[in-house]
Design a protein around this ligand. Structure first.
Ligand code: SME
Length: 166
């Protein structure tokens, strides 16, 4: 990306998933370079992946605030604002501090529906200096949209974001 904010989004149609995440990692590093504001960087992160990864209907963040998760920057339909730790897919991933892939959200006990179009979901915890600070959450209208390659790729992208604020 150059500094006048015109840049090419990754072409997802002809590249493998790992190549797509390689491209996204390079674009994200460039996009966030020199900026340390978490909200600004999380907003640009959401926009980049929402418009680059295929088959998403929601992509964004919940941040840990006063012992619960509070909605942060995102792309997609309006979403629930507060999620208790241990509640829903996000709260479960937060409680376990583990990346959580749900192939069919309708089979996940306690799933919180923000967009009825969602069928699968992945949640990646954000850890800064050994402290849990929130989650990255992606929803898809496809069943089983997310796999281990997505988990690895998104963890890599999350690390780029976290590095900007440490
Ligand atoms: N489905 C999530 C809630 C957040 S939305 O998907 C944006 C959950 O069960 O935690």
């Amino acid at each position: 990306m150059n500094r006048n904010m015109t840049f090419q989004l990754a072409e997802s149609g002809t590249t493998s998933k790992s190549e797509l995440y390689d491209q996204l990692a390079a674009q994200l590093s460039s996009l966030l370079a020199g900026e340390r504001d978490l909200i600004a960087n999380a907003a640009n992160f959401s926009a980049l992946i929402f418009h680059s990864l295929p088959d998403l209907n929601w992509a964004g963040f919940y941040f840990a605030t006063d012992g619960e998760l509070v909605l942060g920057p995102f792309q997609g339909q309006p979403a629930c604002v507060r999620i208790r730790i241990g509640q829903g897919v996000c709260g479960t991933a937060a409680a376990k501090c583990a990346t959580t892939i749900v192939p069919n959200v309708h089979e996940f006990p306690g799933h919180i529906t923000c967009d009825s179009a969602s069928y699968s979901e992945i949640v990646v915890p954000l850890i800064k200096n050994d402290e849990f600070i929130g989650v990255l959450d992606l929803d898809s209208p496809l069943l089983a949209r997310f796999d281990e390659a997505d988990a690895e790729g998104l963890q890599r992208l999350a690390a780029i974001l976290i590095a900007t604020i440490t």
